[in-house]
Design a protein around this ligand. Structure first.
Ligand code: IDP
Length: 142
């Protein structure tokens, strides 16, 4: 299995309920290393650009309004099969369908306010990591 990196966001509703530590702990417990992290409050322009692929969809405006409603915690996770593993830990996009024990099952408030983002492919992960960490990410050696 390949060592991959993936981009993870703890969304504003999960930050607001003080779940940052609990969520980061789940990644580490699953063997994913945190190799970069930053907290920021996105501008409308940033959030719209990040979710540009969804522009024009019925949920787009609500999604952008939500993503700029408060600070987010953004991190790069590294490990074996990191993209798929992170999405497994997060659970289904619609929290009503998220498996018990997943981040979305435990911390989502609605379909839009679903607590976490994770890249859906290694290719998109590279683009999303460069979006938030244009200066690059240091390799973890231990
Ligand atoms: P993902 O976050 O699981 O990759 P995407 O389809 O890329 O799912 O959607 C991006 C985000 O947009 C979701 O995480 C969720 O917050 C929101 N979203 C997606 N589909 C819907 C919907 O049908 N209703 C409300 N919000 C949605």
């Amino acid at each position: 299995m390949a060592i991959e990196r993936t981009l993870s966001i703890i969304k504003p509703n999960a930050v607001a309920k003080d779940a940052i530590g609990a969520i980061l702990g789940r990644f580490e417990a699953a063997g994913l290393k945190i190799v970069a992290a930053r907290m920021l409050h996105m501008s409308r322009e940033q959030a719209s650009a990040f979710y540009a692929i969804h522009q024009g969809k019925p949920f787009f405006d609500e999604l952008v309004d939500f993503m700029i409603s408060g600070p987010v915690m953004v991190q790069v996770l590294e490990g074996e099969d990191a993209v798929a593993k992170n999405r497994e830990i997060m659970g289904a996009t619609n929290p009503a369908q998220a498996a018990p024990g997943t981040i979305r099952a435990d911390f989502a408030d609605s379909f839009t306010e679903n607590a976490a983002h994770g890249s859906d492919s290694p290719e998109n992960a590279a683009v999303e990591i460069a979006f938030f960490f244009p200066e690059g990410v240091c390799p973890r050696t231990r």
